[in-house]
Design a protein around this ligand. Sequence first.
Ligand code: ZN
Length: 405
Amino acid sequence: MDARTNSGCSARATKKAQEKAKVIQRETQEQTAKAISRILHKCETERTQEEHSLLQEHPDTVQELSRRQTRRHLLKRKQEEVFDDAENLKTKVKDLAKAMQQAQHVVIYTGAGISTAASIPDYRGPNGVWTQLQKGRSVSTSDLSRAEPTLTHMSIWMLHKVKMVQHVVSQNCDGLHLRSGLPRNSLSELHGNMFIEVCVSCSPAQEFIRLFDVTERTALHRHWTGRLCPHCRSELRDTIVHFGERGTLEQPLNWKGASEAAQQADVILCLGSSLKVLKKYSCLWCMNRPANKRPQLFIVNLQWTPKDNLATLKIHGKCDAVMRLLMEELGLEIPVYNRSQDPIFSFGTPLSAEEKDSHTRKEIAPFSALEDISQDPQAQTEATPLQGGWFGKGYSKARRKKKTI
Ligand SMILES: [Zn+2]
């Protein structure tokens, strides 16, 4: 009995000693790694003889830490905003104008970067929604319904009008292309439109364009808006496609229009999109063709994009600045957005009397109250925390989901 107890005790003691040794070894390794990391951050000429020896003694740790350091630098560089100088920008825009003049079929892909001038924050820029959420910060923005088509939206409208652009594919849900007057058959809103709700029980699906953001109660995988179809009394849903969802609605997504346009395109112009999501839609890039048979690719973005190495030309400039130069080069006028002529007022379906209070979002108005707000600088800069809808909930949920995988 005693012998057994003794041997039990000594086994426990051995195990304890082994565990302690492991802890000490791990701590030593961590300390060495920290010391090596500090040395690697130093300029080579500033390293002492001992430091050089330490690096030589731990080649694996040095290699691993150097690899991580390079990766961190690369990531940082990809997030940096780069600006071409004025002269360079002008030369590049001249090349773009020439390509557009020679092309038969030009398609424009747009992302959040074209709406930042309309006070809608972008997604992946340094202050973008995605970047902020990734850092665990909350997102707030001014009322999105106050946003209006920018110089870029209006230039695109004009380019389409004079038949220099055949189709526009947008990732934006802000509805600003539609509100610039771009005809719907020339537009694919791949991720939906915050002003549109649809009845999918009716055949064909019935669409209702509202003068307010219909998404205040919707989120990832939860699309019912709380209002009913006046024809069949079924629930209406929004048209937003969140991260991780597959868009199935024919309109306003218009995938058919987007893929046909890409097939026919000889020039694709990407404006203000990180292309991190768009790159996944293979039909937009004609990658099944040999490189010399693909459309010429022009990218306007301040940050790195995953398509940069395939681009004929990368232009580092703000969309409005580039479009202003482009329109000047093409000798085209940039129309000024006129809210009283915003087509949303003619498309809009008024709410029935009993649904008048079915939302709390501000309605777009041709004149009146909204005019006063836009003239009040304090009201314009005031940021309201975002409660759900297409902008808030989808992103935070997608982030949580990603974490658990
Ligand atoms: Zn219906």
